[in-house]
Structures are given as structure tokens and as C-alpha cells.
Design a protein around this ligand. Sequence first.
Ligand SMILES: [Cu+2]
Length: 483
Amino acid sequence: MEICNTTSPSKSPLGFVAMLLILYISLVALLLPTLAKSATRLPTENAVMTAAPQVPPPITRDHPAMVVINLETIEKKGRLSDGVEYTFWTFGGDVPGSFIRVREGDSIEFHLNNHPSSKMPHNIDLHAVTGPGGGATSSFTAPGHSSQFTFQALKPGLYVYHCATAPVGMHIANGMYGLILVEPEGGLPPVDKEYYVMQSEFYTKGSYGEGGLQPFDMSKAISENPDYVVFNGSVGAMVGDKSIRANVGETVRLFVGNGGPNLVSSFHVIGEIFDNVYVEGGDFINHNVQSTLVPAGGSAIVEFKVDVPGTFILVDHSIFRAFNKGALGMLKVAGNDELSIYSGKQEESVYLPEGGGIQSISGDAPEALKAKNKAERILFGQRVYDQNCLACHQPNGMGISSAFPPLAGSDYLLSKPERSIDILLKGLSGKIKVSGKEYNGVMPAVKLSDENMANVLTYILNSWGNNGGEIKPLQVMEKRAQH
Ligand SMILES: [Cu+2]
């Protein structure tokens, strides 16, 4: 047989394959330990992770490490606004998810653990990952399971992470996003304060402020018409006692993210100018910026020095989102006034273009326009109203539903007209009921002369079908003396 004849045992293809195999095995045997060694040579550490607005401490290592991250997905009910609850799907139990901080060149051993109480499977797509799905293809995890994958942080920057399990939009809309900072090898320049701020939207069956446990509304999400736009997961998450803080003279760095799912943010801090903006969370640094665009699924790092004390309001400058949907936070700066930078109000006067002349209301100035009778008081009062009240309470005195209470037909006003003197002198906040509807807003104190206060109150008592009455300057003077 020809085949048998031409093949000697030593030259058989089988023998050749065997030789190749031996060579391959010895090569692998030689290489494996060195590969394993290079991986184990990295010191291992557990990541420090924080809930917003806190940020983990800067990384001081001058070498890469193997960083172990354990992140738990958990679905839980929480507060979206006062009286409004929502079932959030979270990374780490909070919205936004835990802040992760690593260093360029680090290897990250990522464990995604889906809590047994979850109803949904989840995964994670980190924009800091170079690889299919940003990790999503390796991290699909059923309730009560855990997945692990490893990636190398190749590029420095501030990256968004989010769940990418179908329906992706719904998982994001329910709260599944957060930030991972990959610090450059040399670290970021030191600053005094660092905070984590992440914007996102919520789409609920009920409209803004409607109470109770609100379910997700898919059709509003598809038409990109959110009821809530918030910083750090809920209305008021960063105001009052929960404001972020700094002292005059300090430098502040905000790690700003936008989870979307749909809207782009025009991030702005009222009364500050950003000294530096790491545009879109990358290397490019712009200076002296008023508002910076933060894309959905993107970020920005903003830095500024606080020069004067006061409350600085963080907003999405698509401004109805700030004042009507919740995208408002506060930075409280403590310290001494720096009057050469900001003087505070130096003078207040009433501007009366049609009356020809400016009426000053500071104490020593002559007081113009003293009403001689009630009819005149009402007439003068209308001017005061137009300039000081109309913007909120509206020309027809009807206010704005769920924001500014009506003065027309207000049982609150008409049952105790004298109380309104105190309201103008001291302002008003907290829950009140006006003609059967609840309001919980803030009316600022109004700086007006006794005469003008009497005039405006007499005007509102005699307008829009209200039942009349008169407030005299003397009554205002007496009340003022009590304060
Ligand atoms: Cu998910």
C-alpha cells in the first residue's frame, strides 16, 4: 500500500503533531508562571466606595494595583420627593450608585452581586472599560447570583456606569447609574473639597408632587417628558441640612455626572464662575466657564475657588427643571464677607417709571405718595403690587397652581387680614392651606415702607372680588416695632 510504504514511523504526521504539542506545552509551561506572576505582582486592595455627595479620598499610590470592587444591585423603595415614593433600582443601595475611584493602569476585579430580593436581573456597563458592552456582556446577573470580570483602566477620566439590561432605558430610569473616576498617573491637583453630584430624570404615572408610591411611566420616558429632574436621586437631596459645604478661600471640585436617561444638563452654579472645567470628563481643560454641558451618559469635572460667603445654588440652567422639577442643590459657603468682591445690597428703591421719579424707601428719604384716602391707597397699592408681588401671585391674584397661593378669594388672607402684615415683614414658609389647597413654598420678606405695605395690602383686600377692608400705615408700624 502506497501510503504505508511512504510513511516511516519517525516521519508520520502523528509524530509531527506530537512534537508540536510537546513544544507548545513546554512553551506554555514556561510562560504561564511569568504571566501569573505579572498579575499577582500587583498589590491587591479593596476599593473605597461612597454614596453621593461624598467622594472617596484621592489615590496616593504611585503604582498600579489590583483593585477589588464589590458592587451590589438592590431594588428598594425610597423617597423621591416629600410625600412621593419610588421603587429605585440601585447600585449599592443609593441613587446615584456608589462612587468608584481607581488609578490609570489599575486592574479592576469587578464583582457584581445581585441581591436575592431583586425581581430583575442586572448587569453593568462602565464607560471606563475597553471591551464589549463595557462589561455588560460579562456581568448579566440573576437575582441571588454574582458575576465577576476583570478589566484594566487604560485611560484617565470621569466615567459614567449604568445598567444595560433590557429594557435598558427602564433600568437607567429607575436609578441604575453612577460614576467611576480613573485618576491620571500623577493624580489630580489637590483641592480642599470634593463632591459627587449626579443629575437624572424620573418618569412617574402621577405628575410632579403627586403623592404616594409612584410607578414608572414608560410612555413619558419614551417621549422624554420627565416629571422630575433631580440631583443625587431625589428632590432636595442637596438642600438645607444636606447642602454641600465649603469655607471662604477654599477650592471646590465637583464630579458632575448625568445619568439621563434622556436629558442633557446645562450645569451651572448661581453666583460662581468655574475656574476649570474638565470638559466632558476628559483631559481638555477650559477656564472661566459659566455653564457646562453634561451629556446624558457623560460627565464634567468643575473646579472653583469660593471667594465670598453665602448659599450658591446648583442648577440645570434649563431653568424650569430647577424650579419646577427638582434640579436644584445648594453649596453653603461659610466665612467673612469680602465686600470688595461682593457688596451685598447697597440700596433699595422703588422704581416708578410712570410716576416720574424714583421713590427711595430708606429711612431718611422723604416719603412720597402718601395716600389721602382709601381709594388712593388702593390705587398706589396696585403699583406696589405690580412691582413686588405680581411675578408670583399673578396679575389676576390667582397665583400658580401648587407653587404660589391665590390672593383672590383667599380664605387664609381674608379671615385674618392683619396676619398678612407679618407675612410681608417676616416672609412665610412651611405648609399652609389656602382655600382648601395645600402650599409649601417660600415667600421672601418684602422690604417696603409702612406706607407701601399698607397700600399693597389694602389693594389686595379690595381686588378680584375680595371683600374689602383697609390696612393703615400705623398698623404696619406697630407690627414692625414688635419684630
Ligand atoms: Cu438593571
